[in-house]
Design a protein around this ligand. Structure first.
Ligand code: UDP
Ligand code: MG
Length: 163
């Protein structure tokens, strides 16, 4: 069927973004959401939950052989919730990665979320899909299609126009 990540390179492109338990515990949810909102991206889904081990393991399945995998799954499933979101808009997958910053906060641009608020790779606050294929898989893993809203922000035409 059609990808839940919309159309690559178009205003319908979507990314999966998750504020991890440290971001929730440190009360950075509003500040993080504001960065995506103010850039002009559209919030099409948001929910707070403590992921099951099965969900966390599947989300990070590509890292299953890495030494930090178990600690990563324990961190994500700690009991402090995550905030799972889908953001939509032109180039949101690539721009989302730039907003989030490099995986290791010690290498992240200081203007990025991780570069402003984090110092440890194991507590780097936030996830964002790294490609169109990852976005498709992750949105499908975390959300039902019926949870994805269809609406047009009042800012949309001004922000997304490219001619
Ligand atoms: N991670 C870690 N130690 C490492 C590398 C990664 O704890 O040496 C964690 C970190 O939380 C990271 C997540 O594993 O965000 C997923 O790793 P990935 O390489 O996909 O980085 P990301 O896409 O989150 O930047
Ligand atoms: Mg990744």
């Amino acid at each position: 069927g059609k990808s839940l990540a919309g159309e690559k390179g178009k205003a319908s492109e979507r990314s999966f973004v998750m504020i991890k338990p440290d971001g929730v515990s440190r009360q950075l949810v509003g500040k993080i959401i504001t960065r995506f909102e103010e850039r002009g991206y559209k919030l099409v889904a948001v929910k707070s939950l403590t992921p099951s081990p099965a969900l966390a393991k599947e989300h990070y399945i590509d890292l299953a052989s890495r030494p930090f995998y178990k600690g990563l799954v324990d961190y994500i499933t700690s009991g402090t919730p995550v905030v799972a979101m889908v953001w939509e808009g032109k180039d949101v997958i690539r721009q989302g990665r730039r907003i989030v910053g490099a995986t290791n906060p010690q290498e992240s641009d200081p203007g990025s979320v991780r570069g402003q608020y984090a110092v440890s790779v194991g507590r780097n606050l936030i996830h964002a899909s790294d490609s169109f294929d990852s976005a498709s898989k992750e949105i499908e893993l975390w959300f039902a299609e019926s949870e994805l809203a269809e609406y047009k922000p009042t800012t949309w035409d001004w922000v997304m126009a490219d001619n």
